[in-house]
Design a protein around this ligand. Structure first.
Ligand code: HEC
Ligand code: HEC
Length: 466
């Protein structure tokens, strides 16, 4: 899929250039497998380019080439054959894509460790050899996240009812809300394991921030996704050290050319990521793009990216009914831009205001997503209501409220970083936006931004080079 409208001849030229550039990149930096199998013992090069939707994403190890044999990120630490790398694949910007999961399903007849019953299927109680039992992973790229309900030590301000249970897991006698150990199952995209140095200060990992450090997240991942026991201190350190030096960023665009050439915009590409310091700003786009020219075939696209970056940081709309937009006050509406929330330099995440509810999980904004569970949340009369949705909320993921038990937190999700987007569709926690256009369309409607067609394309092009 090209987000650009080009004449076929130009496209052909572009393709020739891509191949040349790819050979160049590969030659220079060495390759890594498109699908990394745990424990394969492959060498992880200093950096590895992978073709994606609009060009190339690069995964870069600031500490240099490494041996992955016996490395805890690349080796199964549990019992189901998965390692961290299984669900945080380099070719997918350290996440997974539905295209490659479908390929793996075909190649391995559904036997790849990524499809493990525990969370790589809609519910472990389903017949595991049926493709349909893994439809949420194959069609949305989401894994099952099961959490105890209520969270230990929390008295929730609301009750939860399962209105619709297409996977059977939330009503299951073994895994559901009324099981001996009651659980809620939600379905979520793997968040990219890259550029985490910048997110580490925010202390908010995963969509509901149940883990507040990389250490906690690694321990949790081994217990749940890998069905393993405790990591040793050395293994834990190895994982976290690796996570703090691996970077992901788009580096080459099929139409826009080399994103990292000398004199190009500061902040694009992956090399820059390791060097810049984390910082926070709501008045500027998180990467600066100005006067970006190039050969004639590149310049129209580059100008569009430049306009997109300005739209992202300057084009205002009314941010309304948004819970946790501001933790310090109760105000829930303001004039703002994309960068009001995606404010962190280098990543576009937000470490000061990590979770909020923009409506991606709950009705009406999320729309009726029939393949996902639907919960009815009824808040106590004396609970502080959700500012946009009140005290009765229909949601496919209670988000932060699974941890806090608070009515106002229902549907609040931790904002993602925006690097390497072209490599890791679909977007949003539930994988509900199939491409970047769907993301822009969501915001256009949600906050009545009234973008023109050109503005939409500019935003899409901007996001595709990050
Ligand atoms: C079965 C697939 C799977 C495996 C295996 C896996 N993860 Fe993840 N990872 C996920 C999913 C899904 C999420 C998002 C969870 C959520 O939002 O609740 C995630 C989130 C994360 C995050 C949070 C990033 C952020 O920005 O919030 C980190 C860090 C992470 N994983 C590290 C690891 C490590 C380390 C391992 C190995 C010990 C690992 N993962 C193994 C699927 C996986
Ligand atoms: C009010 C705060 C807010 C504003 C304004 C906002 N975002 Fe977001 N953004 C979020 C949150 C929160 C999420 C996580 C939602 C989810 O995971 O379901 C998100 C997620 C995303 C994602 C998905 C990333 C991924 O890895 O899946 C993209 C892309 C994105 N936003 C782009 C934009 C663009 C473009 C704009 C401006 C048109 C914008 N955002 C405006 C808060 C905001």
């Amino acid at each position: 899929m090209h987000p650009h409208h080009l004449k076929p001849a130009v496209r052909l030229l572009g393709a020739a250039f891509v191949i040349a550039a790819a050979v160049g990149l590969m030659g220079q930096y060495g390759g890594a497998p498109e699908w990394w199998i745990a424990d394969s013992g492959e060498r992880m090069p200093l950096s590895a380019p992978f073709e994606d939707k609009t060009g190339f994403v690069v995964v870069y190890n600031a500490n240099g080439e490494m041996v992955t044999k016996d490395h805890a990120f690349f080796t199964p630490m549990g019992t189901n054959g998965r390692a961290c790398i299984t669900c945080h694949q380099m070719s997918a910007g350290m996440s997974v894509t539905t295209e490659r999961l479908q390929e793996r399903w075909g190649v391995t007849a559904g036997q790849d460790a990524v499809f493990a019953a525990v969370d790589g299927s809609n519910c472990p109680s389903l017949p595991q050899s049926d493709r349909a039992s893994h439809s949420l992973l194959l069609e949305r790229g989401v894994f099952r996240i099961a959490q105890p309900w209520p969270a230990p030590g929390v008295t929730p301000e609301f009750s939860v009812e399962v209105v619709r249970d297409p996977t059977g897991c939330n009503t299951s006698e073994k895994y559901g809300l009324h099981a001996k150990s009651p659980m809620i199952s939600v379905y979520r995209r793997p968040r990219p394991v890259g550029n985490l140095k910048y997110l580490a200060d925010g202390n908010a990992f995963t969509a509901d921030s149940r883990n507040t450090s990389l250490e906690m997240q690694a321990i949790d991942a081994v217990h749940t996704h890998e069905q393993g026991a405790n990591l040793t201190a050395a293994e834990l350190k190895q994982i976290v050290d690796y996570e703090r030096q691996v970077y992901v960023g788009q580096t080459f665009d099929r139409v826009g050319g080399d994103l990292t050439e000398v004199g190009g915009p500061e902040g694009l590409g992956v090399w820059h990521l390791g060097r810049g310091k984390p910082s926070h700003s709501t008045d500027a786009s998180f990467v600066t793009i100005a006067n970006w020219k190039g050969r004639s075939s590149e310049s129209a696209f580059r100008s569009s990216v430049e306009r997109g970056s300005l739209l992202f940081s300057q084009r205002k709309f009314s941010i309304t009914d948004t819970a946790n937009l501001d933790h310090s006050t109760t105000h829930t509406a303001m004039q703002g831009t994309c960068a009001t929330c995606h404010s962190e330099h280098m990543t576009g995440a937000n470490t000061t205001q990590p979770w909020m509810d923009i409506g991606t999980a709950s009705l009406p904004w999320a729309g009726d997503q029939k393949d996902l569970p639907l919960f009815k949340i009824t808040c106590n009369a004396n609970a502080e209501p959700h500012p946009g949705l009140g005290r009765v909320i229909y949601t496919n993921d209670p988000g932060r409220a699974l941890v806090t038990g608070k009515c106002r937190d229902v549907g609040s999700l931790v904002i993602q970083q925006l690097r390497g987007l072209a490599a890791r569709a679909p977007y949003f926690t539930a994988g509900s936006a199939k491409d970047l256009r769907a993301v822009v369309d969501f915001y256009d409607k949600r906050y009545a931004a009234h973008y023109t067609e050109q503005e939409k394309q500019d935003l899409i092009n901007f996001m595709s080079v990050l």
